[in-house]
Design a protein around this ligand. Structure first.
Ligand code: GRG
Length: 300
C-alpha cells in the first residue's frame, strides 16, 4: 500500500481546516432565521450534519501547495462543499437513490419533505456560485474563470452526467471502462475541481494547474473505489449512510466487477499516481500527500 513520504500531523490539520471551513460556511449562508425559515434551516441541516469536508480542505491544501493564502481560497473551498452537499441531498431523494440516512442522521426529505429537500439542494447549488463570486480574483484567473470551473464540474457533462450514467447503469453489467466513465464524472470531477480552484486562488502557473488536475483526477477515482469497498465492508453506523446499498440496488462497482482484493490494488495504484503528480510541489504538498494517503486508508 502506498504511503506518503513525509510525516505530517493530518488529524490536527483536518481539525483546524475543518473548523475554519465550518466558520466560513456559517457566515456565507443566510441565517436560519431568515424567511422563509424552513429553507434556510434545511440548507443548514444538511450542510452542518458532520461531513468530512474533504473537498474544501483539498482546496485549502492545494492553495498552500502553490504558496497561496487561506483567505483567498476559502470562498472557493466553501463553494465546493455547497455543491457537494446539494449533490448528496438530491442523490438521496426517492427518485434517485432513495436513502433515509446520511452523515449519521435522517436525510433532508425525511425530515422536511421531498419538495423542501429538492429546494434545499437547488438553493445550496445556487449559493455556491454566490460564494465563489466573492473570491478575490487572482491575476491569471478572473472571476468568470473561477465560476466556469464550478459550472463545468456541476453541469451535464460531469456531475450530472455521472449521475445519469449511474441511474441508467443500475441492474446492468457494466464494463470497467463504463464504470470508470461514471466515477470520473460523479466523483472525480468535483475533487479535481476542488484542488484546481485552490491552485487558481493562489494564481498558480499552467504547469502547476496541470499537476493539480492530475492529482485530483487520480485521488478522485481512488476515492470512489474506496467508497465502493466501504459500502461492502463497513456498517451503516460506521459509514453514517446506509451500507450495502450498491448490492441492494444492483449497482456496478469495482468490488462487484473485480472483487475486493483487486479493487484495493486499483485504489492503491491510483493513489500512487496521485502522489507522483505532486512531485513539482516538493515539501509544499505535504498536506495534499497526507490527505491522499488518508483517503486511501479511510474507514468512513
Ligand atoms: C441533479 C437531481 C440531481 C442530482 C445530482 C450529482 C448528483 C446528484 C449526485 C452525485 C452523486 C454522488 C452522491 C456521488 C458520490 C460521491 C461520494 C462518494 C460522496 C460521499 O462523499 P464524502 O464521503 O461525504 O466526502 P461526506 O458526507 O463526508 O461529505
Amino acid at each position: 500500500m502506498p504511503t506518503a513520504p513525509r510525516p505530517f500531523d493530518l488529524p490536527a490539520y483536518l481539525k483546524r481546516q475543518g473548523t475554519a471551513v465550518n466558520r466560513a460556511l456559517g457566515g456565507y449562508l443566510p441565517p436560519a432565521r431568515a424567511r422563509p425559515t424552513t429553507i434556510h434551516q434545511a440548507m443548514r441541516y444538511s450542510l452542518f450534519a458532520g461531513g468530512k469536508r474533504i473537498r474544501p480542505i483539498l482546496t485549502l491544501a492545494a492553495a498552500e501547495a502553490c504558496g497561496g493564502r487561506l483567505a483567498n481560497a476559502m470562498p472557493l473551498a466553501c463553494a465546493t462543499e455547497c455543491i457537494h452537499t446539494y449533490s448528496l441531498i438530491h442523490d438521496d431523494l426517492p427518485a434517485m437513490d432513495n436513502d433515509d440516512f446520511r452523515r449519521g442522521r435522517p436525510t433532508s426529505h425525511t425530515v422536511y419533505s421531498e419538495g423542501i429537500a429538492i429546494l434545499a439542494g437547488d438553493a445550496l447549488l445556487t449559493q455556491a456560485f454566490e460564494i465563489a463570486a466573492q473570491a478575490s480574483p487572482p491575476k491569471r484567473y478572473p472571476t468568470a474563470a473561477l465560476i466556469r470551473e464550478l459550472t463545468e464540474t456541476a453541469g451535464s457533462l460531469n456531475l450530472i452526467a455521472g449521475q445519469v450514467a449511474d441511474l441508467e447503469g443500475e441492474g446492468k453489467d457494466l464494463s470497467v471502462a463504463q464504470l470508470r466513465y461514471i466515477h470520473e464524472r460523479k466523483t472525480s470531477a468535483l475533487l479535481s475541481c476542488s484542488v484546481r480552484l485552490g491552485g487558481m486562488s493562489a494564481n498558480c502557473t499552467t504547469h502547476q494547474l496541470q499537476a493539480l488536475t492530475d492529482f485530483g483526477y487520480h485521488v478522485g477515482l481512488a476515492f470512489q473505489v474506496i467508497d465502493d469497498i466501504l459500502d461492502v465492508t463497513q456498517t451503516t453506523e460506521q459509514l453514517g449512510k446506509t451500507a450495502g446499498k450498491d448490492e441492494a440496488t444492483a449497482k456496478a462497482t469495482y468490488p462487484a466487477i473485480l472483487g475486493l482484493e483487486k479493487s484495493r490494488k486499483v485504489a492503491g495504484q491510483l493513489t500512487d499516481k496521485a502522489f507522483k503528480a505532486l512531485k513539482p510541489f516538493k515539501a509544499k504538498a505535504a498536506a495534499l500527500e497526507s490527505m491522499a494517503e488518508y483517503l486511501l486508508k479511510r474507514v468512513n
